[in-house]
Design a protein around this ligand. Structure first.
Ligand SMILES: [Zn+2]
Length: 351
Protein backbone atom coordinates (compact mmCIF):
# COMPACT_ATOMS: atom_id res chain seq x y z
CA UNK A 1 0.00 0.00 0.00
CA UNK A 2 1.59 3.27 -1.08
CA UNK A 3 1.13 6.63 0.54
CA UNK A 4 -0.93 7.70 -2.45
CA UNK A 5 -3.41 4.86 -1.99
CA UNK A 6 -3.48 4.64 1.80
CA UNK A 7 -6.92 5.14 3.35
CA UNK A 8 -7.42 8.78 4.24
CA UNK A 9 -10.92 8.89 5.71
CA UNK A 10 -10.57 10.03 9.26
CA UNK A 11 -12.52 9.13 12.35
CA UNK A 12 -14.56 12.20 11.58
CA UNK A 13 -15.91 10.34 8.57
CA UNK A 14 -16.34 6.89 10.10
CA UNK A 15 -17.96 6.03 13.39
CA UNK A 16 -18.15 2.70 15.18
CA UNK A 17 -15.58 0.81 13.08
CA UNK A 18 -12.23 -0.22 14.54
CA UNK A 19 -10.18 -1.78 11.73
CA UNK A 20 -7.93 -3.57 14.22
CA UNK A 21 -10.83 -5.58 15.63
CA UNK A 22 -12.29 -8.89 14.49
CA UNK A 23 -15.95 -9.82 14.67
CA UNK A 24 -19.08 -8.07 13.49
CA UNK A 25 -19.14 -4.29 13.73
CA UNK A 26 -22.01 -2.03 12.74
CA UNK A 27 -20.99 1.56 12.21
CA UNK A 28 -21.66 4.38 9.86
CA UNK A 29 -20.03 6.93 7.67
CA UNK A 30 -20.56 10.51 8.71
CA UNK A 31 -21.63 12.87 5.96
CA UNK A 32 -21.84 16.41 7.19
CA UNK A 33 -24.58 18.61 5.89
CA UNK A 34 -26.50 21.64 6.96
CA UNK A 35 -29.87 22.66 5.58
CA UNK A 36 -33.40 23.12 6.84
CA UNK A 37 -33.72 19.38 7.53
CA UNK A 38 -30.26 18.32 8.71
CA UNK A 39 -29.35 21.54 10.48
CA UNK A 40 -25.61 20.92 10.64
CA UNK A 41 -25.89 17.30 11.75
CA UNK A 42 -24.76 14.21 9.85
CA UNK A 43 -26.32 11.89 7.32
CA UNK A 44 -25.32 8.40 8.54
CA UNK A 45 -24.23 5.88 5.88
CA UNK A 46 -24.68 2.44 7.52
CA UNK A 47 -21.65 0.16 7.24
CA UNK A 48 -21.21 -3.42 8.45
CA UNK A 49 -17.76 -4.95 8.80
CA UNK A 50 -17.46 -8.70 9.36
CA UNK A 51 -13.91 -9.82 9.98
CA UNK A 52 -12.22 -13.03 10.99
CA UNK A 53 -8.60 -13.98 10.52
CA UNK A 54 -6.50 -13.82 7.41
CA UNK A 55 -8.09 -13.66 4.01
CA UNK A 56 -9.18 -11.22 1.35
CA UNK A 57 -11.06 -8.01 2.05
CA UNK A 58 -14.17 -7.62 -0.09
CA UNK A 59 -16.22 -4.42 -0.31
CA UNK A 60 -19.87 -4.70 -1.35
CA UNK A 61 -21.71 -1.51 -2.23
CA UNK A 62 -25.40 -0.97 -3.07
CA UNK A 63 -27.66 2.06 -3.11
CA UNK A 64 -25.23 4.08 -5.17
CA UNK A 65 -28.41 5.01 -6.98
CA UNK A 66 -31.30 5.23 -4.56
CA UNK A 67 -33.95 3.61 -6.75
CA UNK A 68 -32.05 0.37 -7.44
CA UNK A 69 -33.19 -2.18 -4.93
CA UNK A 70 -32.01 -5.76 -5.40
CA UNK A 71 -28.48 -5.01 -4.23
CA UNK A 72 -29.72 -3.06 -1.23
CA UNK A 73 -31.88 -5.98 -0.13
CA UNK A 74 -29.07 -8.49 -0.63
CA UNK A 75 -26.60 -6.47 1.45
CA UNK A 76 -29.11 -6.00 4.26
CA UNK A 77 -29.56 -9.79 4.21
CA UNK A 78 -25.82 -10.37 4.37
CA UNK A 79 -25.42 -7.97 7.29
CA UNK A 80 -28.12 -9.82 9.25
CA UNK A 81 -27.17 -13.35 8.19
CA UNK A 82 -23.40 -13.63 8.14
CA UNK A 83 -21.35 -14.09 11.27
CA UNK A 84 -17.57 -14.00 11.69
CA UNK A 85 -17.65 -17.82 11.63
CA UNK A 86 -18.68 -17.65 7.97
CA UNK A 87 -15.84 -15.32 7.00
CA UNK A 88 -12.12 -15.63 6.48
CA UNK A 89 -10.79 -12.17 5.89
CA UNK A 90 -13.06 -9.15 5.92
CA UNK A 91 -16.38 -8.25 4.35
CA UNK A 92 -17.37 -4.58 4.24
CA UNK A 93 -21.05 -3.99 3.46
CA UNK A 94 -22.45 -0.61 2.43
CA UNK A 95 -26.14 -1.27 1.58
CA UNK A 96 -27.28 2.33 1.03
CA UNK A 97 -24.29 4.26 -0.17
CA UNK A 98 -26.02 7.46 -1.24
CA UNK A 99 -28.36 7.38 1.72
CA UNK A 100 -30.11 10.62 0.88
CA UNK A 101 -31.07 9.21 -2.54
CA UNK A 102 -32.04 5.85 -1.02
CA UNK A 103 -34.28 7.58 1.52
CA UNK A 104 -36.01 9.50 -1.25
CA UNK A 105 -36.23 6.56 -3.68
CA UNK A 106 -34.45 8.59 -6.32
CA UNK A 107 -31.48 7.93 -8.58
CA UNK A 108 -29.46 10.93 -7.47
CA UNK A 109 -29.38 12.78 -4.17
CA UNK A 110 -32.27 15.20 -3.69
CA UNK A 111 -29.98 17.26 -1.45
CA UNK A 112 -27.27 18.18 -3.93
CA UNK A 113 -28.47 16.50 -7.15
CA UNK A 114 -25.30 14.42 -6.89
CA UNK A 115 -24.85 11.21 -8.88
CA UNK A 116 -22.57 9.14 -6.64
CA UNK A 117 -21.42 7.08 -9.62
CA UNK A 118 -19.98 10.21 -11.24
CA UNK A 119 -18.46 11.62 -8.04
CA UNK A 120 -15.32 9.57 -7.35
CA UNK A 121 -12.79 10.22 -5.92
CA UNK A 122 -14.92 12.75 -4.05
CA UNK A 123 -13.96 15.42 -1.59
CA UNK A 124 -13.76 15.28 2.21
CA UNK A 125 -15.30 18.72 2.49
CA UNK A 126 -17.43 18.63 -0.62
CA UNK A 127 -21.13 18.19 -1.23
CA UNK A 128 -22.84 15.33 0.65
CA UNK A 129 -22.53 13.06 -2.40
CA UNK A 130 -18.87 14.05 -2.82
CA UNK A 131 -18.28 13.17 0.82
CA UNK A 132 -19.78 9.70 0.30
CA UNK A 133 -17.51 9.18 -2.70
CA UNK A 134 -14.52 10.22 -0.60
CA UNK A 135 -15.58 7.94 2.24
CA UNK A 136 -15.84 4.92 -0.07
CA UNK A 137 -13.16 5.82 -2.60
CA UNK A 138 -10.44 6.97 -0.24
CA UNK A 139 -11.53 5.49 3.09
CA UNK A 140 -12.63 1.97 2.10
CA UNK A 141 -11.34 1.18 -1.38
CA UNK A 142 -7.62 1.23 -0.46
CA UNK A 143 -8.32 -1.44 2.17
CA UNK A 144 -9.86 -3.98 -0.18
CA UNK A 145 -8.84 -6.67 -2.64
CA UNK A 146 -12.21 -6.92 -4.39
CA UNK A 147 -15.05 -4.42 -4.85
CA UNK A 148 -18.53 -5.43 -5.99
CA UNK A 149 -20.85 -2.55 -6.88
CA UNK A 150 -24.46 -3.72 -7.12
CA UNK A 151 -26.71 -1.73 -9.44
CA UNK A 152 -30.08 -2.29 -11.11
CA UNK A 153 -31.84 -0.47 -13.90
CA UNK A 154 -33.56 1.94 -11.53
CA UNK A 155 -36.85 3.66 -12.21
CA UNK A 156 -35.93 4.58 -15.77
CA UNK A 157 -34.94 1.23 -17.22
CA UNK A 158 -34.87 -2.52 -16.90
CA UNK A 159 -31.81 -4.60 -17.71
CA UNK A 160 -31.38 -8.23 -18.48
CA UNK A 161 -29.98 -9.40 -15.16
CA UNK A 162 -26.26 -9.22 -15.69
CA UNK A 163 -22.79 -8.76 -14.41
CA UNK A 164 -21.67 -5.43 -15.86
CA UNK A 165 -17.98 -5.57 -16.61
CA UNK A 166 -15.68 -2.77 -17.67
CA UNK A 167 -13.06 -4.22 -20.00
CA UNK A 168 -9.54 -4.07 -18.62
CA UNK A 169 -7.79 -2.49 -16.87
CA UNK A 170 -5.00 -5.07 -17.29
CA UNK A 171 -4.93 -8.52 -18.89
CA UNK A 172 -4.50 -10.12 -15.47
CA UNK A 173 -7.45 -8.29 -13.90
CA UNK A 174 -9.59 -8.90 -16.97
CA UNK A 175 -8.95 -12.63 -16.68
CA UNK A 176 -10.08 -12.47 -13.05
CA UNK A 177 -13.19 -10.51 -14.02
CA UNK A 178 -14.14 -13.15 -16.58
CA UNK A 179 -13.68 -15.87 -13.97
CA UNK A 180 -15.80 -13.93 -11.49
CA UNK A 181 -18.61 -13.52 -14.03
CA UNK A 182 -18.58 -17.25 -14.65
CA UNK A 183 -18.69 -17.88 -10.90
CA UNK A 184 -21.66 -15.58 -10.36
CA UNK A 185 -23.39 -16.99 -13.45
CA UNK A 186 -26.08 -14.36 -13.84
CA UNK A 187 -28.14 -14.88 -17.00
CA UNK A 188 -25.98 -12.38 -18.92
CA UNK A 189 -22.60 -10.72 -18.65
CA UNK A 190 -22.61 -7.29 -20.31
CA UNK A 191 -19.14 -6.10 -21.28
CA UNK A 192 -18.62 -2.37 -21.72
CA UNK A 193 -15.60 -0.27 -22.77
CA UNK A 194 -12.82 0.49 -20.27
CA UNK A 195 -13.43 3.44 -17.94
CA UNK A 196 -16.94 3.75 -19.40
CA UNK A 197 -18.11 6.24 -16.81
CA UNK A 198 -15.54 8.68 -15.41
CA UNK A 199 -16.17 9.22 -11.72
CA UNK A 200 -17.77 5.82 -11.21
CA UNK A 201 -16.76 3.38 -8.52
CA UNK A 202 -15.88 0.88 -11.26
CA UNK A 203 -13.47 3.36 -12.82
CA UNK A 204 -12.00 4.22 -9.42
CA UNK A 205 -11.52 0.53 -8.62
CA UNK A 206 -9.96 -0.22 -12.00
CA UNK A 207 -7.65 2.78 -11.68
CA UNK A 208 -6.57 1.51 -8.25
CA UNK A 209 -5.73 -1.92 -9.69
CA UNK A 210 -8.39 -3.67 -7.56
CA UNK A 211 -10.56 -6.49 -8.91
CA UNK A 212 -13.70 -4.43 -9.61
CA UNK A 213 -17.04 -6.00 -10.43
CA UNK A 214 -20.47 -4.55 -10.98
CA UNK A 215 -23.98 -5.80 -11.69
CA UNK A 216 -27.18 -4.58 -13.25
CA UNK A 217 -30.02 -6.55 -11.69
CA UNK A 218 -33.41 -5.92 -13.25
CA UNK A 219 -34.73 -2.48 -12.43
CA UNK A 220 -37.91 -0.55 -13.08
CA UNK A 221 -37.81 0.90 -9.58
CA UNK A 222 -38.97 -2.38 -8.08
CA UNK A 223 -37.77 -5.86 -7.12
CA UNK A 224 -38.26 -8.90 -9.34
CA UNK A 225 -38.34 -12.09 -7.29
CA UNK A 226 -36.65 -14.31 -9.85
CA UNK A 227 -33.92 -11.73 -10.50
CA UNK A 228 -33.35 -11.35 -6.78
CA UNK A 229 -33.22 -15.12 -6.24
CA UNK A 230 -30.67 -15.73 -8.94
CA UNK A 231 -28.58 -12.76 -7.78
CA UNK A 232 -28.69 -14.14 -4.23
CA UNK A 233 -27.29 -17.53 -5.21
CA UNK A 234 -24.87 -15.95 -7.67
CA UNK A 235 -23.50 -13.56 -5.08
CA UNK A 236 -22.99 -16.44 -2.67
CA UNK A 237 -21.00 -18.31 -5.29
CA UNK A 238 -19.02 -15.22 -6.18
CA UNK A 239 -18.09 -14.50 -2.56
CA UNK A 240 -17.09 -18.12 -2.06
CA UNK A 241 -14.93 -17.83 -5.16
CA UNK A 242 -13.07 -14.86 -3.71
CA UNK A 243 -12.21 -16.95 -0.66
CA UNK A 244 -13.84 -14.56 1.82
CA UNK A 245 -16.59 -17.03 2.74
CA UNK A 246 -16.12 -20.44 4.28
CA UNK A 247 -17.87 -23.65 3.35
CA UNK A 248 -21.27 -23.92 1.84
CA UNK A 249 -22.25 -20.31 1.23
CA UNK A 250 -25.53 -21.16 -0.42
CA UNK A 251 -26.77 -22.50 2.89
CA UNK A 252 -25.71 -19.34 4.66
CA UNK A 253 -26.96 -16.79 2.20
CA UNK A 254 -29.70 -18.51 0.29
CA UNK A 255 -31.35 -20.15 3.27
CA UNK A 256 -34.83 -19.37 1.98
CA UNK A 257 -34.01 -19.78 -1.65
CA UNK A 258 -35.21 -22.92 -3.43
CA UNK A 259 -32.61 -24.84 -5.35
CA UNK A 260 -32.29 -23.20 -8.72
CA UNK A 261 -30.91 -24.64 -11.85
CA UNK A 262 -27.89 -22.48 -12.53
CA UNK A 263 -26.90 -22.09 -16.10
CA UNK A 264 -24.07 -20.46 -17.93
CA UNK A 265 -23.95 -16.76 -18.49
CA UNK A 266 -24.48 -15.32 -21.98
CA UNK A 267 -21.76 -12.84 -22.93
CA UNK A 268 -22.96 -9.68 -24.65
CA UNK A 269 -21.37 -6.31 -25.31
CA UNK A 270 -22.45 -2.67 -25.44
CA UNK A 271 -21.18 -1.10 -28.67
CA UNK A 272 -21.42 2.37 -30.20
CA UNK A 273 -24.59 1.49 -32.10
CA UNK A 274 -26.33 -0.33 -29.25
CA UNK A 275 -28.57 2.55 -28.23
CA UNK A 276 -31.80 3.04 -30.15
CA UNK A 277 -32.71 6.66 -29.44
CA UNK A 278 -35.89 8.56 -30.22
CA UNK A 279 -35.70 11.95 -31.87
CA UNK A 280 -39.35 12.73 -31.12
CA UNK A 281 -41.40 12.99 -27.96
CA UNK A 282 -44.51 11.01 -27.13
CA UNK A 283 -45.54 7.62 -25.85
CA UNK A 284 -43.00 4.79 -26.15
CA UNK A 285 -44.35 1.38 -27.08
CA UNK A 286 -41.71 -1.36 -26.87
CA UNK A 287 -41.83 -3.94 -29.65
CA UNK A 288 -39.39 -6.38 -28.05
CA UNK A 289 -38.97 -8.09 -24.70
CA UNK A 290 -35.86 -8.06 -22.56
CA UNK A 291 -33.47 -10.76 -23.69
CA UNK A 292 -35.09 -11.09 -27.12
CA UNK A 293 -32.66 -11.49 -30.01
CA UNK A 294 -33.23 -8.92 -32.74
CA UNK A 295 -31.68 -8.25 -36.13
CA UNK A 296 -30.32 -4.97 -37.44
CA UNK A 297 -33.16 -3.10 -39.14
CA UNK A 298 -35.83 -4.75 -37.04
CA UNK A 299 -38.15 -2.27 -35.26
CA UNK A 300 -37.66 -2.40 -31.48
CA UNK A 301 -39.98 0.41 -30.44
CA UNK A 302 -42.36 3.05 -31.66
CA UNK A 303 -43.31 6.47 -30.34
CA UNK A 304 -46.89 7.68 -30.60
CA UNK A 305 -47.39 11.39 -31.12
CA UNK A 306 -49.49 13.02 -28.44
CA UNK A 307 -51.23 15.76 -30.40
CA UNK A 308 -51.50 14.56 -33.99
CA UNK A 309 -54.31 12.04 -34.17
CA UNK A 310 -53.86 11.34 -37.88
CA UNK A 311 -50.09 10.80 -37.67
CA UNK A 312 -48.84 7.24 -37.40
CA UNK A 313 -46.28 6.48 -34.70
CA UNK A 314 -42.61 6.63 -35.62
CA UNK A 315 -40.75 3.34 -35.52
CA UNK A 316 -37.18 2.93 -34.37
CA UNK A 317 -35.04 0.01 -35.47
CA UNK A 318 -32.01 -1.80 -34.10
CA UNK A 319 -28.74 -0.82 -35.75
CA UNK A 320 -27.01 -4.09 -34.88
CA UNK A 321 -27.87 -7.74 -34.35
CA UNK A 322 -28.04 -8.58 -30.67
CA UNK A 323 -29.97 -9.02 -27.46
CA UNK A 324 -32.44 -6.42 -26.22
CA UNK A 325 -30.44 -5.80 -23.05
CA UNK A 326 -31.90 -2.57 -21.67
CA UNK A 327 -35.43 -1.24 -22.21
CA UNK A 328 -36.66 2.14 -21.09
CA UNK A 329 -39.29 1.95 -18.39
CA UNK A 330 -41.32 5.20 -18.37
CA UNK A 331 -43.67 5.41 -21.33
CA UNK A 332 -43.48 9.15 -21.80
CA UNK A 333 -40.37 10.07 -23.78
CA UNK A 334 -38.76 13.20 -25.10
CA UNK A 335 -36.27 13.57 -27.96
CA UNK A 336 -32.95 12.02 -26.99
CA UNK A 337 -34.31 9.27 -24.75
CA UNK A 338 -32.77 5.86 -25.29
CA UNK A 339 -35.59 3.39 -25.92
CA UNK A 340 -33.71 0.11 -26.17
CA UNK A 341 -30.08 -0.97 -26.09
CA UNK A 342 -29.23 -3.88 -28.35
CA UNK A 343 -26.11 -5.73 -27.23
CA UNK A 344 -24.37 -8.03 -29.74
CA UNK A 345 -23.18 -11.42 -28.63
CA UNK A 346 -19.52 -11.30 -27.73
CA UNK A 347 -17.59 -13.27 -30.27
CA UNK A 348 -14.41 -13.77 -28.26
CA UNK A 349 -15.96 -15.05 -25.02
CA UNK A 350 -18.79 -17.54 -24.83
CA UNK A 351 -19.23 -20.36 -22.37
ZN1 LIG B 1 -27.05 2.40 -10.76
Amino acid sequence: MTAATAPVATDLQLAGIDWSRSGLQLGYGRVRHSDNVYDGSVIPIPIAVISSGDGPTVLLVAGTHGDEYEGQILLHELARTLTPDHVRGTLILVPSANHAAVSAGTRVSPIDNGNLNRSYPGEPDGSPTGQVAHLIGRGLLPRVDVVIDLHSGGSNSTYVSCMFLYRGPTPALWTRKVAAARAMALPYTLVVPPRLEPGSLSTAGDDAGILTLSTELGGGGTVDRSVLGRARTGLAALLAGTGVLYSDPAKVLAHQEPERVRSQTVWIELVDDSAVTTNVGGLFEPLVDLGQFVRAGEPVGKVHFLDELDRPPREFAAAVDGVAAIIRRPTLVRPGCHLVHVAPLLADIQD
